[in-house]
Design a protein around this ligand. Structure first.
Ligand SMILES: *[C@@H]1O[C@H](CO)[C@@H](O)[C@H](O)[C@H]1NC(C)=O
Ligand SMILES: *[C@@H]1O[C@H](CO)[C@@H](O)[C@H](O)[C@H]1NC(C)=O
Ligand SMILES: *[C@@H]1O[C@H](CO)[C@@H](O)[C@H](O)[C@H]1NC(C)=O
Length: 204
């Protein structure tokens, strides 16, 4: 009974989180084409272009063809996903409770802490980015933002490494790993945009 409801729990949470990335299937208005193409082209230079496009295309009307807005939106989408994953981990910890093996419980606990750090680092980055206003002036903040987002990525990777060491092939491990990998990929994509912005601002 307990196992059954836990599985449902995972399923429910997975569907809930997947819905964050769902793309509206309604037809695009003509003026949106250039905006969509901008996101497609920008995402093409990231390591995970399909995830990039799936997570950003619904914000096309807001981003238009502005690289600062693209980067800020990528960070906001990433933060939202990290927070959702963090909440999922806490929920799983609660529902699995004592049935976890000690190493698994320890990896879970470390992971929750690493995700919390990652949320802080992304929040700081978003705070700095949102002070940029229009465009330019990224020069001043780029080092901070690059450092924080890199640190967030490191924290997330440490978390997946922790689960790598737990030697079982159960649902818990697979669910957690795939969610963490997805947030790490979103973070990696956001970092790619930040680095591009940094590279272009130093020539401006
Ligand atoms: C994506 O990049 C590849 C080369 O890396 C290029 O051939 C392709 O045309 C690009 N697609 C878009 C939509 O920019
Ligand atoms: C990201 O979120 C912050 C905080 O909610 C907000 O101030 C900022 O305008 C958002 N940036 C973008 C590009 O949506
Ligand atoms: C775990 O691995 C064993 C043996 O490789 C396999 O029989 C079993 O179906 C696997 N369980 C899951 C949940 O993947």
């Amino acid at each position: 009974m307990k196992a059954f409801s836990s599985t449902n729990h995972i399923l429910f949470i997975s569907i809930f989180i997947s819905s964050i990335f769902s793309i509206s299937s309604s037809e695009q208005k003509p003026y949106q084409d250039a905006n969509i193409q901008f996101i497609r082209t920008s995402c093409n230079s990231t390591t995970y272009p399909r995830l990039c496009f799936a997570s950003l295309s619904k914000h096309a009307a807001f981003i238009q063809t502005d690289r600062v807005l693209l980067t800020g939106t990528a960070l906001n989408v990433t933060l939202k996903a990290v927070k959702a994953t963090s909440a999922m981990m806490s929920a799983l910890s609660k529902s699995y409770g004592g049935s976890m093996k000690p190493r698994e419980a320890a990896a879970m606990k470390d992971c929750v802490e690493e995700l919390r750090d990652s949320v802080d680092e992304l929040r700081k980055s978003i705070g700095e980015m949102s002070q940029l206003g229009g465009s330019s002036n990224f020069e001043l903040t780029k080092n901070d933002v690059q450092t924080w987002v890199s640190a967030a990525l490191t924290d997330e990777s440490t978390c997946t490494d922790g689960f790598e060491e737990v030697h079982n092939n159960g649902t818990l491990k697979n669910t957690v790993r795939s969610r963490i990998l997805q947030v790490a990929h979103l973070t990696s994509n956001a970092l790619a945009f930040i680095n591009q912005l940094a590279a272009s601002s130093s020539h401006a």
